[in-house]
Design a binder for this molecule. Structure first.
Ligand SMILES: Nc1ncnc2c1ncn2[C@@H]1O[C@H](COP(=O)(O)OP(=O)(O)O)[C@@H](O)[C@H]1O
Ligand SMILES: Cc1ncc(COP(=O)(O)O)c(N)n1
Ligand SMILES: [Mg+2]
Length: 546
């Protein structure tokens, strides 16, 4: 076996051993440069400040194009803050066109790599990708019995997205009989799930559920059937099964050619999150969101001439603005009781923005927007950060009016913009797909534009005359009806709404109208919680009548 020779004494710089130890900490300290033949390696003393580093070992194939395989795994783990060691099972000649060649690494040498890493490096989670032969699958199982880890994530890679075979049918039985019973999660795509179950046809979500259940019976603790390649679907839907409950994980389907490596990345992100201590469902949710965000930020990148390009796992390094979206998925029903703050009113009643938000949530507000036109930026940001914490702990989304910079800095759930603020499509570019964007619209044309720009909802009004906003023409019920009927997005009504008239707005039963937004009716009152509570019961009664 090759060994790296120690530097010769003649070349070694002249230093006392103490200073050399500082410059070249163990194991390169001078005492280690020429060990006596009988010296045993010393154990590295763990300092009191030793920080655990979540560690994923990927056992997978190399992709020369670096979009999938080992290369994707290392990038995905790095992006999520986990260390990733790699045991290479095969070397593929691969690019954006497809797989041109596969060269399997000899089994003994895969075994040698496994032993090197598992015997020394405190692996938390093992993630598997391309395992080209039944022998390698068996070898891995033996090593996992010898060196147990906290979790095993099995991505049963068989066919690349380009349609090339990466693991032949001879491995199927070993996967099913030996590896799956040891797995904490198995993540087949629909084609792989079909192969694992004897070529059953999988066309619908209900087929994906049955497949997840059948694969679960083979022994893994959880199953995720991935629907990235399901035809004719506007959402990217995966089905998760834990033996009791099915959960459909829906994400935006990003229109891009750069989807090479989505499966490898998803499984590596699950492994990274598990290594960090997440529960399985949370790990899967974070992983899916990561893939969606990475595809979104890479949708227009161009590398290679083939149909399947790589995407940028480290998109968040390019710009601090391209943070991963928060995990809050927009639910139109959250618009039901929409509380919008006003600093002037809260000052008048002697309460902080934070206390106002706390009280609104206590009274039953379902979404909160901070609309602070006169607060200094520093003070606004501090208050926004405090409100984010309050809202997160109550599961209520928090939006910021107009100030995209403040929303990014406090990691709010989204932004609400008016017609003279930044256009919604620019806001979307800055915030990414995971954030909520609302736009104020008075006309069907504005509502159409908001939809085209990628907004999530529109606010429409003033329904009644209001003092909160200067020069704001009143739409009335008829104007609201016109916008609601034309809108492709959910609508929240705003403008002069209070406990006296909110019921009449909801009783209109307008299409797409999901709730009302209120400012003075909550915050220009002595007790915000009481007002919110009575507004909530009025809205509930009105909805049950209409
Ligand atoms: N165009 C897309 N937009 C958003 N998510 C996608 C897209 N394509 C795949 N995904 C997601 O990527 C993950 C990997 O799925 P898939 O591509 O089906 O796996 P594989 O790469 O093994 O075929 C899944 O969570 C899937 O929903
Ligand atoms: C070496 C290797 N491993 C795995 C895949 C699967 O790629 P995808 O994640 O796009 O299905 C691949 N194409 N190459
Ligand atoms: Mg894919």
């Amino acid at each position: 076996m090759a060994s790296v020779s120690a530097p010769s004494a003649a070349l070694a710089p002249h230093r006392s051993s103490a200073s050399a130890a500082l410059l070249f900490p163990y194991p390169y300290s001078s005492s280690q440069v020429s060990p006596s033949p009988t010296a045993r390696p010393r154990r590295l003393a763990v300092s009191a400040r030793a920080m655990p580093w979540p560690h994923v070992l990927t056992v997978a194939g190399s992709d020369s194009g670096a979009g999938a395989g080992i290369q994707a795994d290392i990038k995905a783990c790095a992006a999520l803050g986990a260390y990733c060691s790699s045991v290479i099972t095969a070397v593929t000649a691969q690019n954006t066109v497809g797989v041109q060649g596969v060269h399997a690494v000899p089994e003994e040498f895969v075994g040698e790599q496994l032993k090197s890493v598992l015997s020394d490096m405190s692996v938390d989670v093992v993630k598997t990708g391309m395992l080209p032969s039944a022998g390698i699958v068996k070898l891995l199982c033996e090593n996992l019995r010898k060196f147990p880890v906290k979790a095993l994530v099995v991505d049963p890679v068989m066919v690349s997205t380009s349609g090339d075979t990466l693991s032949g049918p001879s491995t199927l039985a070993t996967y099913r009989d030996e590896l799956f019973p040891m797995a904490d999660i198995v993540t087949p795509n629909v084609k792989e799930a079909s192969k694992l179950l004897g070529d059953v046809s999988l066309q619908t979500i209900s087929d994906m559920r049955s497949a997840a259940e059948s694969i679960y019976k083979l022994g893994p603790k959880h199953v995720l059937v991935k629907g990235g390649d399901m035809p004719d679907s506007t959402d990217a839907i995966d089905v998760f099964f834990d033996g009791k409950e099915f959960i459909e994980l829906r994400g935006l389907r990003i229109k891009t050619r750069n989807t090479h490596g989505t499966g490898c990345t998803l499984a590596s992100c699950i492994a990274a999150e598990l290594a960090k201590g997440a529960t399985m469902l949370h790990a899967v949710e974070v992983a899916k969101k990561f893939v969606e965000s990475a595809l979104y930020h890479s949708k227009d990148l161009v590398i290679g001439n083939g149909p399947q390009g790589p995407f940028d796992h480290l998109f968040s390094l390019k710009s601090p603005l391209h943070k991963m979206g928060s995990l809050h998925k927009f639910n139109p029903d959250d618009l039901f009781l929409y509380a919008v703050t006003d600093s002037g009113m809260n000052k008048k009643w002697g309460r902080s923005i934070k206390d106002a938000v706390k009280a609104a949530i206590e009274g039953g507000a379902t979404i909160v927007q901070l609309r602070e036109k006169d607060t200094e930026t520093r003070e606004f940001l501090e208050a926004a950060k405090a409100c984010v914490e309050i809202c997160r702990s109550s599961g209520v989304p928090l939006l910021i009016n107009d100030r995209i910079d403040v929303a990014l800095a406090c990691n709010a759930d989204g932004v609400h913009v008016g017609q003279s603020d930044m256009p919604a499509w620019e806001v979307r570019e800055l915030l990414g797909p995971g954030k909520i964007i609302g736009v104020s619209c008075k006309t069907p044309a504005q509502a159409e534009q908001a939809w085209k720009d990628g907004a999530d909802y529109i606010g429409s009004g003033g329904v009644f005359p209001t003092t909160t906003k200067a020069n704001n023409p009143t739409l009335g019920f008829e104007g609201l009806r016109v916008v609601c009927s034309a809108s492709k997005l959910p609508v929240v009504a705003i403008g002069g709404i209070n406990t006296g008239n909110a019921g009449s707005v909801m009783e209109l039963g307008l299409p797409n109208l999901k709730g009302v937004a209120v400012v003075s009716a909550l915050f220009d009152r002595e007790c915000v919680a009481t007002e919110t509570r009575s507004l909530r019961s009025i809205l509930m009664n009105a909805c049950s009548r209409s």
